[in-house]
Design a protein around this ligand. Structure first.
Ligand SMILES: C[S@@+](CC[C@H](N)C(=O)[O-])C[C@H]1O[C@@H](n2cnc3c(N)ncnc32)[C@H](O)[C@@H]1O
Length: 162
């Protein structure tokens, strides 16, 4: 159901964000709140997809098939079960508006990211004003490198570093 309802909307976001940040073979990628794996399935590098919903992860597992370099983890984004400085690229697409303290969620992402990593975050426009979205990123301690204001997208998009 998620894919039928949201695939097109999410793919419009991926087109823009992957134009700016595309994982390379040497990356270790986290797709935080990966849902059914719509974005995760596009990565060829070592990747982890994490989501709170085991049902959505089952759909992601079907998409990924026999892939051996991609792991799915059923956990809470506010308590990531990873060591600090693990990932080189982190994606959190349309995730943060679901969390009670998005600054804390982004703080966890910052913790598990390597010092030179790139973090891609999006948040629903209907949940946040642009200023609100920017404040959340800044208050989380991330450094905003670029903000994307695309009228066609339902999300604000940001590229950040730790
Ligand atoms: C709007 S969907 C976006 C899914 C995916 N990023 C995409 O691009 O299609 C939000 C996702 O966040 C997940 N989620 C919500 N709260 C979460 C939490 N506390 N920890 C991990 N995932 C969570 C939901 O299960 C859902 O898969």
């Amino acid at each position: 159901m998620y894919d039928i309802r949201y695939k097109e909307e999410q793919e419009a976001k991926y087109r823009i964000l992957l134009n700016q940040v595309r994982p390379h073979a040497y990356d270790i990628v986290l797709d935080d709140g990966c849902g059914t794996g719509l974005l995760l399935q596009r990565f060829t590098s070592h990747s982890v997809g994490l989501d709170l919903s085991s049902k959505l992860l089952s759909a992601a597992r079907l998409k990924l098939g026999e892939r051996t370099n991609t792991y799915l983890v059923n956990a809470d984004s506010d308590q990531l079960p990873f060591r600090s400085s693990t990932f080189t690229k982190v994606f959190a697409v349309t995730l943060i508006q679901n969390l009670p303290e998005p600054e804390q969620t982004l703080g966890e992402i910052k913790r598990v990211s390597q010092p030179d990593s790139i973090i891609v975050v999006s948040g629903l426009k209907k949940s946040y004003s642009f200023d609100n979205f920017e404040d959340i990123l800044e208050n989380s301690g991330l450094f905003i490198e670029k903000l994307i204001l695309d009228e066609e997208l339902k999300d604000w998009l940001a590229y950040a570093t730790v």
